[in-house]
Design a protein around this ligand. Sequence first.
Ligand code: GLN
Length: 246
Amino acid sequence: MGKVIDVMSLYPKDMNIYGDSGNVLTITRRLALYGYEPRVTAYNQGDEWPEHVDMILGGGGQDTGQKKIIDDFFRRADLLRTLATDGVPMLMICGMYQLFGEYFETVDGTRLDGIGVIQAHTVGRDVRMIGNLVEHSDEFGDIIGYENHSGQTFLRAGVDPLGRVDEEGRGNNGEDHTEGARMNNVIGTYMHGSLLPKNPAIADYLIRVAAERRYGEFGTADQTREQREELERIDTIAEQARAVAA
Ligand code: GLN
């Protein structure tokens, strides 16, 4: 058997909009093309927590979706905080990004407490921030995607954003040019799109960290020539998409 990587898709029933499931597909496909054996588990409310988790991917959702999952999410809060502290790579988009923060006060005034993995809070506004989003990160280069949120997120001092929005889009709050956040190996971001097909550098970061944590290294010894070529082909397409957007 190949080297297994256990990937969790977090709340795909309620927290999965604007193509966020594409992130799970991208990770699955790229892991296989690197010669790993991806094993994906969907975790929804009330499900059993799997024995092993190497990576967690969470998507965006309506305020109603966020309210639906919040109780179950809190039952898993300690576990998620421990995994985040241990360095498990996680990608949390929009609605889940907000709930990984300290709290989200929705536009109707409901306060949803977050689990505080990311030191940030979010306040819902009447005016939604919608449109293409381009940001720059020193580590990942230009990151491209799409945002649609009412929540304005403010990072606490010292928290690293994922990137800086200079031209296109609003980002965390439309005011301070930051977008997303990083904490250990957790990435929170407003980037839908889906994010990972267009930004393979982020997918590879998550994969590399997951493989290093589980196997002590990220190796491509089991990769075939065909797999390598297919990966190159996919990366070329992503590069073309990025050249148009960025
Ligand atoms: N409901 C949240 C907001 O509007 C998150 C939206 C999303 O995940 N796209 O801010």
